[in-house]
Design a protein around this ligand. Structure first.
Ligand code: NAG
Length: 295
């Protein structure tokens, strides 16, 4: 008598949430697997280093180019946590890791779980969404996005700045297939995994969802010193419903960042209040870098 029902239930629930007994399962959408992707507690993931990392990088979207570990500024005190929801690209990043302590680079050598580099990890997650989301994967898989895509929003006459590389509407917007991928927020990554440590550099390539990635940091955005992201200039049609360049600039300014970019081979400040960069960059995409202001 008198023992409330919830007292009995809660201990079972917490044990349950630690590990589900569904090692793998099927739904009408596909076959899903639970696999271990990293170690916990989180610092075990850099236990192989002579000393703990001092500067953290986060990179969101790791499809082939511009990886943090290739950056000239990525140094021996740094550590990067990367996210790439395309499973084959995630696999490429894992396979690229060559443990430097081994002497040989044989593919049969054991690699530390989840590492993409001696000083970096990769997770097969999307960032800035909740639960599981559909990733649309068109023919050109670097155009994959977690945003709902409307190919009709792109006029047939439209010429993308990269038209020599691919046919934008056919290869980049018209969905090849859809895959369900797990989501994480930057708030969780910084607050829990990094224990609130400052993030030196947040590098985002998330096909239209870049601002959602930033916003997923919540109050932890104050820990992030520099953000780089890609946006479409205001004139360039967008096949998804996402904030335009001007909106991104205003948001970042309000959050305490100033912006700079390379325009016509010059490094320029891009405001606001001086935010006409989104207009004068025409119908192209532009990389913007935001640095936290001292206020
Ligand atoms: C950008 O988006 C905002 C908010 O939706 C809108 O008010 C503004 O007109 C847009 N600017 C351009 C140039 O499309």
């Amino acid at each position: 008598m008198g023992c409330p029902f919830w007292l009995l239930v809660i201990p079972f629930q917490s044990a349950w949430s630690r590990i589900s007994d569904e090692a793998w399962y099927e739904t009408e959408d596909g076959i899903f697997a639970q696999v271990q992707v990293a170690q916990m507690p989180f610092h075990k993931n850099w236990a192989h280093l002579p000393s703990p990392p001092e500067r953290f990088w986060i990179e969101v979207g790791m499809n082939n180019w511009g990886l943090a570990v290739w950056d000239g500024d990525f140094g021996p005190k740094d550590f990067v946590i990367g996210f790439e929801p395309l499973l084959d690209k995630y696999g490429e990043r894992l396979a690229a890791y060559r443990p430097i302590t081994q002497g040989t680079e044989g593919t049969g050598k054991r690699r530390i779980l989840g590492l993409q580099h001696e000083r970096g990890m990769v997770f097969p997650f999307a960032v800035g969404c909740k639960g599981m989301v559909e990733l649309s994967v068109p023919e050109e898989d670097s155009c994959s996005t977690i945003l709902p895509v409307d190919p009709n929003s792109i006029p047939d006459s439209f010429e993308h700045p990269m038209k020599d590389v691919f046919d934008y509407k056919a290869d980049c917007v018209t969905a090849g297939d859809k895959r369900l991928v797990p989501c994480i927020s930057l708030d969780y990554v910084i607050r829990v995994w990094l224990n609130g440590h400052e993030v030196e550099y947040l590098k985002i390539d998330a096909e239209g969802a870049d601002l959602m990635v930033v916003q997923s940091a919540g109050a932890m955005l104050s820990k992030v010193k520099t953000v780089s992201l890609e946006t479409r200039c205001d004139e360039l049609p967008r096949p998804w419903d996402s904030p335009n360049c001007s909106t991104i600039l205003r948001y970042m300014y309000k959050e305490g960042y100033f912006c700079y970019t390379t325009f016509r081979e010059q490094l320029v400040k891009c405001g606001p209040p001086n935010n006409n960069i989104c207009r004068i960059c025409g119908a192209s995409v532009i990389d913007l870098t935001f640095t936290r202001m001292k206020r």
